[in-house]
Design a protein around this ligand. Structure first.
Ligand code: NAG
Ligand code: NAG
Ligand code: NAG
Ligand code: NAG
Ligand code: NAG
Ligand code: NAG
Ligand code: NAG
Ligand code: NAG
Length: 744
């Protein structure tokens, strides 16, 4: 099998999704089934929890954790002293009189619950079924009266609604269960059930030796005297008794057995009663003991205790079951769906990252590659690409000024120009790469240095050194600025700028290992550094040519109107000569202070206008008026204008090369001889022509279009043209631009 890694990755996000959905479906199905079964079965069996205290120890951490001692209750001498004993005090009366206390299990028990019969219409008309737990509590007690005085008040086994301590005033006859206020409020305010062992006869008691069932009141609903059971809790001799309290929740029945400790449980209860706990105590309640003393007192001492009780799972647990049964599958499904989309997104990102990886690989493999910047850093540096920091705008992107954050030691507070490419498609990437590759390898004093780059989320950014004096066009055409804000460029500066640009262009055309065509030479792409040195920037349209090639064919003509050579416009072939043509237009702008495309509709092309001035013998009249006649070097001005006109020749073969340009600028060569009239554009172009009047077609009027007077110039033949030399068609595409004859 083919290692179809793409296919394998494509399947992987789907299969877990399907598995998850099936699992969720099965879970929901089984949950529904479980619910149906619950309806059919009478009641689910309950687990039983057991507690077994054979004695009580004060230092026992398990007991301390399990039991809550309230008010006057203590652990002492291995027993629960629900009300104080005498062991720690001198005078019984002070310590034991008018006390109450309770000892409860800390654990909250669900004593009953409503069983949902779920959708049975007949059943729903009946009272909802209630399940009540069963429990067995067995304990031994010592209610010995210490003095011959009457004992009191009593001890209870209690099912309490809360773990709160006995209310104030719960001493005396209130058994630590209630007080006079609460008792008066009735059973609704006293949601407890207790089995009392009363040793002091109140008005409502049958005797002072009885067991009673108390429902929400200290007045027992049912009592039984213990006289018939050979038990006398009013005896003056200490006797330990064991009590068995059995509650059958299903039968709603309570039985109380009692005998002297050590004897087996008697066959007959001392007290039994129907009892539906669900009617008298809250669903959740606490189990334990309470006791009180009054002016008469006794020990209320629990010696041991064991409890077994059925456990209804806590509501919390049921909530957990719901969470597990519903929330978990739902979230699993959600996670699966999220994972699916995430995987999709990740794959998209991965492919993007792969692309980025390739790009970064390409970039980092470039020798001496500038640094990669974090997108976030550039975003901050440009204040999130603030429009007010925009330096320029082009067809390929925007340029923003930025200041690199000071946290970076390498570039602390450094001003940069950040070019942000508009497109983020593959074309953008190739444009980006083209520019990076070219500029990175171009190192020249007249080329704007590239500092770094950034590729993030398809966004391409290039970081250049910031040129504090902006672009040349801002100085030449001072739109809306005063002389104070930006003084007009002096002649010296203009000449130097032309020399600088020429040097930069010469470098890319001839000195560099590959021939680079800038393809967009114009004033706005010439930048001025702090010392007004001009640097060629924005190689966004630049192309690298192998040495055996002279031209680059474009589907669409790149560049800027007024700077596009006619043969490029017609033939879509960029060459060094097309760059030279643009350079000529730039020089004309620098000298005249006018745009390459003028406002004058009769003569819109600057080169045509200058040529006309030249033809009239008034060449220097083309020099920028703002310089004044004394403001410039006449020889240099004539030199630049003639050079620019030569560069502006419609025929590429007639244009000087950059080495020739450099010679003229350095004044090593005289300015080129330029015919007084613009030569006729010849198509197809041929080389080797010289600027000799006899050889060229001359146009008296300028081209009507802004494209360097290209095609329209062909139509307007000058009458002074005495001859037209037909050109032989080139025999190969590479032969379109034969080397310019240097025999000038
Ligand atoms: C409680 O523990 C004692 C001692 O381990 C044991 O004898 C007694 O049977 C236990 N009682 C219950 C009800 O489990
Ligand atoms: C105990 O309470 C009774 C009645 O509430 C009161 O008469 C008696 O003085 C109290 N005894 C003590 C010692 O507080
Ligand atoms: C619905 O209620 C009727 C009448 O009480 C009973 O006979 C039947 O068993 C109930 N069905 C279920 C599913 O509980
Ligand atoms: C309580 O004791 C009775 C009799 O021994 C027994 O049948 C019942 O299962 C016990 N109940 C619990 C909850 O321990
Ligand atoms: C009885 O208890 C309640 C609540 O704890 C309390 O507000 C009330 O004052 C108590 N009554 C007496 C007489 O202490
Ligand atoms: C128990 O006594 C209370 C108070 O007298 C009364 O409201 C309740 O109905 C009685 N319950 C039973 C089951 O006798
Ligand atoms: C204890 O109570 C019985 C009644 O059950 C009574 O006959 C006897 O006199 C009482 N004993 C004392 C010491 O109070
Ligand atoms: C009652 O129980 C306590 C603690 O288990 C024991 O010390 C005492 O001797 C017992 N009293 C009688 C009369 O059995």
């Amino acid at each position: 099998m083919a290692p179809a890694c793409g296919g394998g990755r494509g399947r992987s996000p789907l299969s877990p999704l399907l598995a998850c959905l099936v699992a969720v479906f099965l879970l929901l199905l089984s949950a529904a089934a479980g619910r149906a079964e619950a309806q059919l079965q009478p009641l689910p069996p309950l687990a039983v929890a057991t507690y077994n205290y054979t004695s009580f120890q004060a230092g026992n951490s398990r007991e301390a954790a399990e039991l809550v001692y309230s008010k006057d209750a203590r652990v002492y001498q291995g027993a629960l002293q629900v009300t104080p004993d005498t062991g720690n005090a001198g005078t019984y009366r002070d310590i034991m009189v008018n006390k109450s206390g309770s000892v409860l299990l800390r654990r909250r028990f669900n004593l009953w619950r409503r069983v949902d019969d779920g959708g049975n219409a007949t059943a729903s008309q009946q009272a909802p079924r209630v399940q009540v737990v069963s429990f067995n509590a067995t304990f031994s007690m010592n209610v010995y009266q210490l003095t011959a005085a009457s004992p009191g008040e009593g001890l209870t086994f209690v099912i309490a609604p809360s773990r709160d301590e006995p209310p104030p005033g719960s001493y005396g006859g209130y058994l630590g269960l209630t007080n006079s206020t609460l008792e008066a409020a009735g059973p609704a305010a006293n949601r407890f059930v207790a089995v009392e062992f009363d040793t002091l006869k109140q008005s409502y008691d049958p005797d002072d030796n009885h067991v009673g069932l108390n429902i929400g009141s200290v007045v027992s609903n049912k009592t039984a005297s213990l006289a018939g059971f050979r038990i006398a809790t009013n005896e003056t001799t200490a006797t330990n008794y064991t009590v068995w309290i059995q509650y059958d929740g299903a039968a709603r029945h309570m039985s109380v057995y009692m005998d002297i400790r050590g004897r087996p449980k008697p066959p007959s209860p001392v007290l039994e009663s129907p009892l539906d706990l669900s009617l008298y105590v809250p669903e959740t309640a606490y189990l334990g003991f309470s006791a009180s003393t009054g002016t008469s007192f006794e020990l209320n001492c629990i010696l041991d205790w064991s409890l077994s009780i059925e456990i209804i799972p806590d509501k919390k647990s049921r909530t957990w079951i719901i969470i597990v049964a519903v929330v978990v599958p739902v979230s699993v499904a959600a996670v699966a769906v999220a994972a699916f989309f995430l995987t999709k997104k990740l794959r998209a990102r991965r492919s993007m990252e792969r692309r980025q990886g390739r790009l970064e690989h390409q970039l980092t493999n470039l020798p001496g590659m500038p640094r990669g910047f974090e997108y976030e850093k550039l975003r901050k540096a440009t204040r999130n690409f603030d429009e007010r920091l925009r330096l320029g705008k082009g067809g390929y992107g925007m340029v923003y000024k930025g200041v690199l954050p000071a946290d970076d030691a390498r570039s602390e507070g450094m001003s940069v120009a950040v070019k942000r490419f508009i497109r983020d498609d593959s074309r953008g990437v190739s444009d980006f790469l083209a520019e990076v590759q070219i500029i990175n390898r171009l190192r020249h004093k007249n080329i704007v240095p590239l500092i770094g780059w950034c590729y993030k989320k398809g966004q391409l950014l290039l970081v250049y050194e910031y040129m504090p004096n902006g672009s040349l066009d801002q100085h030449l055409f001072r739109r809306g600025v005063t002389d104070e804000q930006r003084p007009p460029l002096s002649w010296e500066r203009r000449y130097a700028v032309v020399v600088d640009v020429a040097a930069g262009l010469h470098y890319v055309h001839h000195e560099y290992t590959h021939m680079v065509l800038h393809r967009d030479v114009k004033a706005s792409n010439v930048l001025l550094d702090a010392s007004f040195r001009a640097r060629l920037g924005d190689f966004g349209l630049a192309r690298v040519l192998e040495h055996d090639r002279n031209s680059f064919t474009d589907l669409n003509v790149a560049g800027t109107r007024g700077f596009i050579a006619p043969e490029y416009f017609v033939g879509h072939k960029a060459s060094r000569q097309t760059d030279v043509f643009a350079f000529g237009a730039l020089v004309l702008e620098v000298v005249t202070g006018q745009y390459a495309l003028r406002a004058d509709p009769r003569c819109p092309v600057l080169a045509d206008w200058v040529w006309q001035m030249h033809g009239r013998g008034a060449l220097l009249g083309a020099v920028d008026q703002s310089l004044g006649t004394a403001g410039f070097d006449h020889d240099e001005a004539a030199r630049l204008l003639l050079l620019a006109l030569a560069c502006s020749s419609p025929n590429p073969g007639d244009r000087p090369t950059m080495p020739q340009v450099m010679q003229v600028l350095s004044k090593a060569s005289p300015p080129p001889e330029v015919p007084p009239f613009k030569p006729q554009f010849v198509w197809p172009p041929e080389g080797g022509a010289h600027f000799e009047l006899s050889d060229i077609e001359v146009s008296t009027t300028s081209g009507a279009t802004g494209n360097g007077g290209a095609s329209s110039a062909m139509a307007t033949q000058d009458t002074s043209s005495d001859s037209f030399h037909p050109h032989t068609a080139p025999n190969s595409s590479e032969g379109y631009f034969p080397a310019l004859s240097s025999g000038r």
